[in-house]
Design a protein around this ligand. Sequence first.
Ligand code: 3HC
Length: 269
Amino acid sequence: MGTGIAQAALSSGYGVIVIAHSENGIGVARKRIESGFEKAIASKAITAEQRDKYLKNLQISVDYKTLENSELVIEAVSEVRKVKESVLKRIEAHVGNNTVIATNTSSIPISILSNSLSVKGRFIGMHFFNPVPVMRVVEVINGNTTSQETIERSKRFAISMDKTPVAVNDSPGFIANRLLMLFINEAATALDEGVSTKEGIDTIVKLGLHHPMGPFELADFIGIDVCNDIMLEIYKDKRDVRFKPSRTIAKLVREGKLGRKSMEGFYKY
Ligand code: 3HC
């Protein structure tokens, strides 16, 4: 998700600094961004010359000090509270007081994450969708301490990236994942009950409901571990069993079958 956000921001003319978690991660991030641009070139959305120009505005580093003059920083690490909180603290330690700090959390309430920061008014949720360069909406989530100025700046940033910002009040899973995770989990429960095969369910959803991907293809695309984490985050708050990950989802996570990224999830790749 982080590299997708970087690619989309570069394409909108921004200078972008990506913080990788390790020296190895620097090469991985660059490759992902370059391959995203290849797709954009293949679909004639941009030219090779534009790609070269955008890549000149990209810096990838492991050093948080490089963030010191940033106007806006978007945290996009794993969907685990402790990991996010520690990264947010590190970001805050390196940026000025006027920098907007956004989290691209998929489900964790902004008001909970804001507890890890000392200057809270400039903290906000900006939830992007995969693949970021293609998907046209951003959920802009205000926590209980987010300032109006931060909301306006975040919305302007989303619009400048040709995305539609939609204001959402703080609630676990916000809107998109609250709906989507119920859908994926119910599909997995129907599979567990033997109502149809995964191919059958995906086909019905694609051809009958006109979704671009079936629920299992989409879960593999998002990451089964990410879906599991989001469901648990919502379940923790709502205590609604419909959000408790289905048997198959829990089993896939235990077995490390996390979707496309691990070459196997509901399907083999
Ligand atoms: N950069 C630029 N363009 C890209 C791209 C990238 N990284 N990735 C794909 N594209 C473009 C392609 O070039 C192509 O453009 P064209 O139509 O102009 O030729 C277009 O996107 C479609 O891509 P493909 O032809 O490769 O493949 P598909 O037609 O099969 O579409 C898909 C792929 C866009 C992923 C489509 O299947 C889709 O929309 N799936 C649903 C995705 C979805 O639901 N995302 C939300 C997930 S939930 C989420 O992210 C929230 C999180 O918190 C969990």
